[in-house]
Design a binder for this molecule. Structure first.
Ligand SMILES: *Cc1c(COP(=O)(O)O)cnc(C)c1O
Length: 405
């Protein structure tokens, strides 16, 4: 299948290229020390991802530890309440730890083990990536240092407790605004010092090459399973698929299974309180090209050209850029990126809970809200939504801000 001269039959052979570029996006913009460490990871990944032993061990872990394959569920009552379009969800909420993030953390930690590393290092904002990586580290018996801003440590007490119970070392970052950006910088600095014994595990399809590729590849299990399951259930492909986009890992993995199919693909960014800079985190809709955190992509910038402050009701989506592959898929027109605001997201959160008995993560509720909009517009056909995670982590926030509806 072709889109604007991009041949999707051979897409994965050419994207990214050997320097980590998806068209003009991606690459690696880091210090020489860190580049040496990245080259080592790239080489190990290319060797290991073709090794039968690595592949079969990862397959076994997914089945016996993570509980994969996660099912696809038909949302019968919600669909009937909207009209004739049938909505389905891929249930990453049922993946161990309650979200898709463990898919790439288990892959990265297995890679660390094969490379003979003793430690995994990462940053975390809301704590979801930290918990997933701490889980993987406990499974493999690796040390785990999670860098986290002191502001986030206070806000995310339950996730900090989870990481500690899992045996991770939570390193408090106190400088600057003491949130995610400072935590990323501190984690990169630590990695530059410790790369002989440690590997860095990023939380999404972000950062310098090879991370956007590697994280997509580990997450592609979601798209591969979902396609096979959907065809098995209905005898055909969905007309459209939808996923939320923060950094873009659940979307990248889910979309990868359908890029070469006649299926409309939608990525949903958080519009938050509205289109004013600072009120949303819709980088692909409102951002411009720029380099941050070691890669070139589309980002939201302030008046100085630095990463702008962002906001979303879903803390997992408030990042001022998106993975380079999404910027590329946007430009070539294969994926349409659109936005959903906080209010529609919360309506969808309650609709899915009440009508289907599934409490989604607020991040995932963005995709559900968009699926509901599509169902109203399309009149017939089917829409498959990636439900990236469950909402247990969001209970306190929902009760405090929205009450029980
Ligand atoms: C972290 C998170 C996201 C956003 O991350 P992506 O890399 O864009 O997938 C989405 N949903 C859930 C449940 C998350 O925990």
């Amino acid at each position: 299948m072709e889109f604007n001269h991009i041949n999707f039959d051979t897409y994965f052979k050419h994207y990214p290229d050997e320097n980590g570029y998806f068209g003009k996006y991606g690459g690696s913009y880091i210090s020489a020390d860190l580049q040496k460490a990245m080259d080592e990871i790239t080489e190990a990944y290319f060797t290991i991802c073709k090794s039968g032993k690595f592949i079969s061990e990862l397959r076994r872990i997914r089945k016996e530890f993570q509980g994969r394959p996660t099912p696809v569920s038909h949302l019968e009552r919600l669909s009937n309440s909207l009209g004739n379009v049938q909505l389905y969800v891929k249930r990453e909420d049922l993946n161990h730890t309650g979200a898709h993030k463990l898919n790439h953390c288990m892959g990265a930690a297995l890679l660390a083990k094969y490379m003979g590393k003793k430690k995994v290092i990462a940053e975390t904002g809301a704590g979801q990536h930290g918990v997933a990586l701490a889980t993987a580290a406990a499974y493999f018996g690796l040390e785990c240092d999670i860098y986290m801003g002191s502001v986030d440590i206070k806000k995310q007490a339950p996730n900090v407790a989870r990481m500690k119970i899992l045996g991770a070392n939570v390193v408090e970052v106190t400088h600057g605004l003491a949130t995610l950006k400072e935590a990323v910088d501190a984690a990169f600095e630590a990695y530059a010092r410790e790369y002989k014994d440690a590997i860095y595990c990023i939380g999404s399809v972000l950062g310098p090459h090879p991370f956007p590729m590697m994280v997509r590849d580990f997450q592609s299990v979601v798209g591969i399973e979902a396609r096979e399951q959907f065809v098995g259930m209905t005898g055909e492909l969905p007309d459209a698929i939808v996923a939320c986009v923060g950094g873009g890992s659940n979307a990248a993995g889910f979309f990868s299974g359908f890029l070469n199919d006649p299926v409309d693909i939608y990525g949903v960014e958080p519009l938050g309180r509205g289109p004013k800079l600072g009120d949303h985190a819709a980088s692909l809709k409102y951002g411009t090209e720029g380099i941050m955190h070691g890669f070139n992509s589309i980002m939201l910038k302030d008046e100085n050209g630095d990463p702008a402050p962002v906001y979303s009701v879903a803390s997992g989506l408030d990042y001022p850029s998106s993975g380079p592959e999404h910027a590329f898929l946007r430009d070539c027109g294969r994926v349409k990126y659109d936005v959903v605001n906080d209010d529609d997201t919360i309506d969808a959160f309650f609709a899915l809970s009440r009508m289907e008995g599934i409490i989604p993560a607020i991040e995932s509720a963005h995709a559900v809200a968009y699926g509901i909009q599509l169902a109203k517009q399309l009149k017939k056909g089917s829409v498959l939504i990636n439900l990236s995670g469950r909402g247990d982590k969001d209970m306190d926030y929902i009760i405090e801000h929205y009450g029980i509806r």
